[in-house]
Structures are given as C-alpha cells and as structure tokens.
Design a protein around this ligand. Structure first.
Ligand code: ATP
Ligand code: MG
Length: 423
C-alpha cells in the first residue's frame, strides 16, 4: 500500500510509487529500445517529481546517453524537434495512435570518448552529470522505468518531502548561469505550494541583472503558470522580498502583503489575477501598457487586461450605482468579461445579483437592439449610409436608460421620430 499523498516518502516508498505509476506505453517502448541498443534511457524532471507528489504530469520525456544521431539510428521515424539542444522526437505507433516521445541526450561533459563499450558505472556518471545541470533538486530525480532504478544524487526526495525548492549546487552560480531560473523558482513554489530554501531565495537578489536579460516570452510563461496556481502567494511573496516583483510587475506602494494574500482568494485565472495586481498599483495608463506589453501577452489577453484595469469597474460593486450606469460600464467592458471583472473585484452575492439584473436580457450594445440597421432600410426609415449608425446610437441610448423600450415596434416609431428630428 502506498502512503497517502502528501506524506513524506522513504526511498522504498518512492520506488514503489514510481513502479505503480502508469507511465505511457510509448515512453516505455522507446526506453526499452534505447536500452536494448546499449544506451541508458531514464525519466528525469517533472514527470518523476509529479508522480512522487501524486500529481498529473503532461510531458513524459526521456533523457539518454544516446547522442541525437544514435537516437535517430535506433528508430524508424524521428523528428529533430530540438536537435540543437540534443532533443529528438521519436514517433511510435501507427495512424491515429501515433505518438511522439522526446528523447534528450544527457547534458554534460561525461560523454564517453574512449570508444570502449560504456559500463553501468559510466552511465551513472553521465546521468549524474546531467542531473547536476538541472535547476532544482526536486527536478533532478531520475527513474529508469525498465530496470526500475531510482537516482537521487542531490537529496531531491528530502526536499520534495519537506516542500522545499532548493537549487542544485550553489544557488547564486546556478541563477547567474541562467537568469530564468529565479522565475522558475518562484513559479514552482506557487504551483507546488512549496517554500524556497533560504539560500536559494537569498540568491535571487544577486541574479536580478541577469534575470533582466531573459526573454520576456519565457518570463511570461513562468509568471502565467505562477498566477494560475492554487497559491500564487507562495511565489509572489519571495518575488516581493527579493526585488523580482518590480522587474516583472508594477511597483506597489503600501499594502503589498495584503495584496498578495488577496490574490490567492481570486479564482486561478491569469486575466483575473494579473489585472488585480496591476490595477492595485493605480498606474498611469502609459506605465501600465508598458509593463503589460513587456510581458508579451497575446492580443486577446492584452485586450482583456486593459479592459479589466479600468478604474470605473469599481462602480460595479458600489450599491448606489444606478442601473443605466451599470449597463454602460458593462457595455464598455464587454459582457463576456463580466464574470472575470466580478471575480477580480471580489464582488459579493448582492453586487453580483444587482449587476446581473441590470444587464441580463437587456440590450447594452447596438447589435442587441430589437431593431437592426437593415430593418431601418427595409421599413423605409432611411437609406444605407452613416445615418443608420446615428439612429441606432440614439436608440441604444434610450434603451440603456429604459430597457423596456427594446421592442421592435416601439423602436421603429422612435427611429422615425429621431429621423424627423435630424432633418
Ligand atoms: P512543468 O512541465 O510542470 O512546467 P517541469 O519540471 O517538467 O515542470 P520543464 O520546463 O518541462 O519543467 O523542464 C523539464 C526539466 O528540465 C525540469 O524538470 C528540469 O530538470 C530541467 N530544466 C528545465 N528548465 C531548466 C533550466 N532553466 N535550468 C535547468 N534545468 C532546467
Ligand atoms: Mg515539463
């Protein structure tokens, strides 16, 4: 029997859990073939870590002593997906069942050069070399799914049991080598609900300048994973303590701790949480756009955030806001963004009910009117042209104030009157 999830695992229990895990058949197949050809092939990183934590993991990649050329030679179908990093994707199965397994050559200097047949000892040294280049100890655990061997060269299991993110080796050196790692550290703290080990956390401060040089797309990936976590505060707090925050987000004066805690209480949507953090800085529009664009968001996400940071949204949760104003605000926001806006504002039930009642089944934009531009033409109110837009805008104004006016006949009468006025 495997111990319940969340309880510390002994090495034997860790091995048992890995043995019982349902590793995808294609991964096993590729590992078996590589080993039969005389290479080492093991799982390392996220899949091993998450299996031990009892969490789902998406990518089941293999690390191998085989060079990319050797991997290509061992299989019929391969794709050099990341050959510059030593990664080959092996295609296994047929037709619809076809699946890709990524195999990455061990990183390290340990590759055998003497031409002799590699031994077990040799493979272990190469594997340990590879593991030494991984970012955190919990990501440096290896499992050979064929021989059922577990390799933990840096006490990663102890850190996993303690809920600790610790760099492999000297944290500052590792962060200076690759500036993205500081962001990965806080991201894993958030997604796993872990804490940064003291030296690892302190080292962030010394690596901020290297961090600044990292591509913003890569930073964004980590930040968005952090913001999608159950407890973003686990990562946001060290970001604030160690000076990472203002290099990624907007500086906040004042209640940063409360803001960080309030982020956990919002649903795990990047739109909601990022907008919540950015609007708390009450920035100038230009400053806000600069920070947001610095994160290289998609167009859709950028539009969502820019709408969600609008200060007027605060009015949605004020009990005194008149209904027509609620409708105008939701019209500017976009109806589809209302659920995110209410979550971001931590609206209570009363506020949600009030806003819903103001906009549900009510026209708030021209295309929701009971009368369309083509009706105006068909009914002979006006000819195609700019006047149509003007009349519809006037009708919408009336309907925003008094939703019961949104009736085809009533609008038609109004449109005729409107046209007479315009003459
Ligand atoms: P997840 O897939 O949940 O984001 P992961 O640990 O699988 O987590 P990946 O980015 O998929 O993360 O990387 C796979 C493995 O590669 C990591 O577990 C780690 O061992 C190693 N790794 C990834 N990025 C780095 C890095 N910047 N420096 C050192 N090692 C890294
Ligand atoms: Mg992964």
């Amino acid at each position: 029997m495997s111990p319940p999830l969340g309880t510390p695992l002994s090495v034997e229990q860790a091995v048992a859990r890995l043995r019982q895990s349902s590793i995808p058949t294609p991964v096993l197949e590729v590992a078996r073939t590589l080993q039969a050809a005389g290479h080492a092939a093991v799982m390392v990183g996220g899949s091993v870590r998450d299996t031990l934590l009892g969490r789902q993991h998406g990518d089941w990649d293999l690390a191998s002593s085989a060079t990319p050329t050797e991997v290509q030679a061992a299989f019929r179908r391969t794709i050099p997906t990341g050959i510059e990093h030593g990664t080959i994707t092996v295609m296994v199965g047929r037709g619809d069942q076809r699946e890709g397994v990524e195999v990455t050559t061990f990183r390290g200097e340990g590759a055998y050069v003497d031409g002799r047949r590699p031994t077990e000892v040799h493979f272990l040294r190469e594997l340990e070399d590879d593991l030494a280049r991984r970012d955190f100890t919990i990501n440096a655990l290896a499992w050979d799914p064929i021989r059922e061997q577990f390799t933990d060269a840096f006490d990663g299991l102890a850190d996993l049991n303690a809920g600790r993110i610790r760099a492999v080796g000297v944290a500052l050196d590792r962060f200076l080598e690759d500036g993205l790692r500081v962001m990965r550290a806080v991201r894993f703290a958030a997604t796993l609900g872990f804490a940064l080990e003291a030296e690892t956390e302190a080292a962030i401060e010394g690596a901020l300048e290297v961090f600044d040089k990292v591509s913003r797309e890569r930073v964004q990936v980590e930040l968005f994973k952090l913001l999608g976590a159950a407890q973003p505060s686990r990562g946001l707090a060290p970001m604030a303590r160690r000076g990472l925050w203002p290099r990624v987000l907007l500086p906040i004066d004042g209640e940063l701790e409360a803001l960080i805690a309030s982020c956990d209480a919002r649903p795990p949507r990047v739109e909601v949480r990022l907008a919540h953090l950015l609007r708390a800085a009450s920035p100038e529009a230009a400053q806000l756009e600069a920070v947001l664009d610095g994160l290289k968001p998609s167009r859709a996400l950028r539009a969502d955030i820019m709408h969600l940071v609008a200060p007027e949204l605060e009015r949605l949760v004020e009990p005194t806001t008149p209904e027509p104003e609620l409708r105008r605000i939701v019209a500017r926001l976009g109806r589809e963004r209302l659920p995110d806006a209410l979550d971001m504002l931590a609206a209570d039930e009363a506020a949600r009910t009030r806003v819903q009642a103001a906009v549900a089944d009510k026209a708030i934009v021209a295309k929701e009117l009971a009368l369309a531009g083509r009706d105006l033409i068909a009914e002979g109110v006006c000819k195609p042209g700019p006047q149509i837009g003007e009349i519809l805008a006037a009708l919408l104004e009336a309907v925003l104030e008094a939703p019961e006016l949104n009736d085809r006949q009533a609008l038609l009468a109004r449109a005729r009157a409107e046209k007479d006025d315009q003459r």
